[in-house]
Design a protein around this ligand. Structure first.
Ligand SMILES: Nc1ncnc2c1ncn2[C@@H]1O[C@H](COP(=O)(O)OP(=O)(O)O)[C@@H](O)[C@H]1O
Ligand SMILES: [Mg+2]
Length: 253
């Protein structure tokens, strides 16, 4: 039986490149013929917006969380072969209060069990907080990737994230493996990058691939495309491609 890799893209800080990484990882895996599900767990629904108009969403992760729908009812096929999405919706924010329910951390793990055999990869985009949704992703995940900018303030949050991941590992999901931190919006060869890299590696292994800052990334979001489709010759397309090859190599070795 083939194994499904469930990857949480997590960092409690906003603007670190989680959504950009989740979207492009999902596209890149699908383009490599991996059956991929992108599961949007951020109420801001940025990943969802690449694929679906918010007004057209009938069933979202919200309905799965609230127990009104099964995960399979929330899955939407995209125009891309091998790529499906479970959309998020702003109403998901209301579910923050579900944190008091003892079943809360396990809802996504349990709901995924019904459908994960249909996929090779599940990529989970998390909100910029250590809320119930990020915890759900870490509990459901087999692996976690941490996008981080090479900035001082990005490093400041690493200790908290490391503690949270370790707590989830120790108490709930001992199978959770840290795949690594991915440096995003990097200005390679700058003092900042060179200074931050060794500090970041004290917390997490760091991917060899790093993603440089470039306008093509923001433009690709605007045109609702992956970086591979919007700007195939861009530096960022090459770097995200290198990153995906590293992920596949590490997981499927
Ligand atoms: N490599 C990059 N170069 C330029 N802009 C980027 C890059 N990666 C992300 N961004 C931009 O930074 C902002 C935050 O990225 P995003 O992926 O939404 O982060 P998060 O999901 O962690 O909040 C977005 O406006 C995005 O377009
Ligand atoms: Mg995001």
């Amino acid at each position: 039986m083939s194994r499904v890799f469930k990857i949480a893209i997590a960092n409690q800080k906003g603007g670190e490149g989680k959504t950009t990484t989740a979207i492009n990882l999902a596209f890149g895996l699908a383009y490599r013929n991996k059956r991929t599900l992108l599961l949007d767990l951020d109420p801001q629904a940025n990943s969802t917006g690449i694929f679906i108009e918010p007004d057209l969403i009938s069933i979202s992760a919200y309905d799965v969380f609230s127990g009104n729908a099964r995960m399979q009812d929330a899955v939407v096929a995209t125009a891309v072969d091998n790529l499906s999405v479970v959309p998020s919706h702003i109403t998901l924010a209301e579910m923050e209060t579900i944190g008091s329910n003892v079943d809360a951390p396990y809802l996504i793990r349990d709901a995924l069990q019904q459908i994960e055999k249909d996929f090779d990869y599940v990529v989970m985009d998390c909100p910029p907080s250590l809320s119930v949704f990020t915890i759900n992703a870490l509990v459901a995940a087999s692996h976690v990737i941490i996008p981080a900018q090479s900035e001082k303030f990005s490093i400041d949050g690493m200790k908290g994230l490391q503690n949270t991941i370790n707590s989830v590992k120790r108490r709930i999901n001992s199978n959770l493996e840290i795949l690594g931190a991915l440096i995003t919006q990097s200005k390679k060869h700058t003092v900042l990058h060179k200074t931050i890299l060794p500090v970041l590696s004290e917390y997490f292994p760091v991917f060899e691939a790093a993603i440089c800052t470039g306008v093509a990334v923001g433009e690709s979001h605007l045109s609702r495309q992956s970086i591979f489709d919007y700007a195939p010759d861009s530096r960022q397309a090459q770097e995200y491609s290198n990153f995906i090859e590293e992920v596949i190599h590490e997981l499927e070795k």
